[in-house]
Design a protein around this ligand. Structure first.
Ligand SMILES: CSC[C@H]1O[C@H](OP(=O)(O)O)[C@H](O)[C@@H]1O
Length: 355
């Protein structure tokens, strides 16, 4: 199974060590989180990001909180604090629900050890789901590449690679599987303003030796119109029961252009991203991250120091919805750990799912 070049998160005693993604790709730094508050801040500030990784990190946050006090009140405080960090990625709320279900029935004395076991199980299961998504997604890429005398050209948006998960990633898992199996592939990487998570994807792929070209988000349309894209694959933060999918802002525009030009558009997401409690995309909460991210950009100055630069004057009004919703009609299929289905057929893959 795929091994993360640097663990996105790992337990260290009663703490966790994360890779600080707010500095990547300009600097690669680890952070040791020892308190519930540090974990909550790491999720909210996007030092840790990516729907599945956010879920696993929140689970570890509960374990850290209970290490010193495993009372009902402490458990409730931890769950509430972590749930408030980011609204859109249902993985966060799913993981906290798993922790609540597992820990509430236990005596306080049993909770600390059980919390670490459950968080580690969520971590391990995510890595296995990523690997399965890679295998199922690879079958699609292999079919699309059949007969080509050139590399298959994949477009993706934001970062849904190993950095966003506990394993190989979701949207990029099929890409890594293709590379491992010798299928010629190249990736259009959309920069993904305003936080530019596409730079994380470019960093991942370059480190892995996968050919890529970084593009401005707005260049996706002409590439699709010119027939320079064979398939679009993105991750998701929440997939509603009818197959509508919330993902990083800008995904919807790519799906519209892909549909217009007959290019298949896939969402890759594990069960922890599916929310049968949401009937459709209209019920998915969309995070608003405030104007600062739109008006600034992180980069390196002439001395190679990581700096935040102001793009727009301080007084500039800005809107910053962090996600958008792609309607099921624009989605060719959803690649899950249980297989690939049409957007409205998720129940076929998860007949046993309660929520
Ligand atoms: C593996 S899906 C990751 C998903 O989460 C990202 O959001 P963020 O970077 O704000 O945490 C993005 O929507 C990705 O598609």
């Amino acid at each position: 199974m795929f091994t993360q070049p640097i663990p996105t998160i790992r337990r260290d005693g009663d703490a966790v060590v994360i890779l600080d993604q707010a500095l990547l790709p300009h600097a690669c730094e680890l952070r040791r989180l020892t308190t519930l508050e540090e974990v909550a801040t790491a999720i909210h500030s996007m030092q840790v990001r990516g729907a599945p990784l956010i879920g696993a990190t929140a689970a570890y946050g509960v374990a850290i909180a209970l290490a010193t006090d495993a009372s009902d009140a402490r458990l409730d405080h931890a769950l509430t604090t972590l749930a408030a960090t980011r609204p859109t990625a249902v993985n966060l709320h799913w993981a906290l629900g798993q922790m609540r279900e597992r820990l509430l029935p236990l005596a306080a004395t049993e909770r600390p050890a059980a919390a670490w076991r459950e968080a580690e199980a969520i971590h391990r299961d995510d890595a296995e789901m990523c690997a399965a998504i890679g295998r199922h997604g690879y079958a699609i890429l292999e079919r699309l590449a059949a007969g080509l005398d050139r590399p298959l050209r994949v477009m993706t948006h934001c970062n849904a690679g190993w950095l966003a998960t506990c394993g190989a990633g979701t949207a990029l898992a099929p890409v890594y599987e293709a590379q491992a199996r010798g299928l010629a592939i190249e990736v259009w990487v959309s920069e993904t303003r305003p936080r530019n998570q596409g730079l994380l994807t470019a960093w991942e792929l370059r480190e892995a030796g996968v050919p890529l070209r970084l593009i401005a988000d707005n260049a996706a349309g002409i590439l699709l119109a010119r027939g320079e894209v064979d398939v679009v694959i993105t991750g998701a933060d929440r997939v509603a029961a009818n197959g509508d999918a919330a993902n990083k802002v800008g995904t919807y525009l790519k799906a519209l252009a892909a549909r217009e030009h007959g290019v298949p558009f896939y969402i890759a997401a594990p069960f922890s991203t599916v929310d049968f409690g949401c009937a459709d995309g209209g019920a998915i909460p969309i995070e608003d991250r405030g104007p600062a991210e739109v008006c600034t950009v992180l980069g390196l100055d002439s001395d190679g120091a990581v700096k935040s630069l102001r793009l727009a004057p301080e007084s500039t009004a800005a809107a910053n919805p962090a996600f958008d919703v792609t309607p099921a009609r624009c989605i060719t299929g959803i690649i899950t750990e249980r297989g690939v289905c049409a957007p409205g057929r998720l129940r076929d893959l998860y007949p046993d799912a309660a929520r």
